[in-house]
Design a protein around this ligand. Structure first.
Ligand SMILES: [Zn+2]
Length: 137
């Protein structure tokens, strides 16, 4: 009779996943970005001091993607990209909390994550309206 100790464990699959995670360029997790979107944090991030170590001296930051851009033009064209629009969609659903996962696991009734509206941050440019030319297919 084979005891539980004799059972083979297959971990081949997750080693390469971990490796990929490690080598990946580290960006913020969605829940961290969610915190950045709180008004007090957002205004700090959007009005940073000039920091020459950051791309564009830290003056052109996309809150939702946690990325710096070199110029305001680059930032604005980023707002029109699929990457950015996908990120907005992803952030429309509130972060999955432990409480929610417990509900999903049968401890209490499951409540669907709240949907909210996510908008591209305003830019100091009256001619620019990111809600125009939205191309989300
Ligand atoms: Zn973005």
């Amino acid at each position: 009779m084979a005891g539980p100790q004799k059972r083979k464990r297959h971990h081949k699959g997750d080693t390469h996943l971990k490796k990929r995670w490690r080598t990946r360029r580290r960006t913020k997790d969605l829940d961290q970005i969610d915190e950045d979107l709180q008004i007090e944090n957002a205004s700090k991030l959007l009005h940073q001091e000039i920091d020459d170590d950051k791309p564009g001296s830290g003056q052109h930051y996309c809150l939702h993607c946690a990325r710096y851009f070199i110029t305001s033009e680059a930032l604005k064209s980023h707002f029109r990209t699929k990457v950015h629009k996908r990120r907005l969609k992803a952030l429309e659903i509130e972060p999955y909390t432990i409480e929610e996962s417990q509900r999903a696991g049968g401890l209490g009734s499951y409540i669907h994550p709240k949907k909210r509206t996510m908008e591209t941050q305003p830019v100091d440019d009256e001619t620019f309206d990111p809600s125009k030319d939205v191309d989300m297919k």
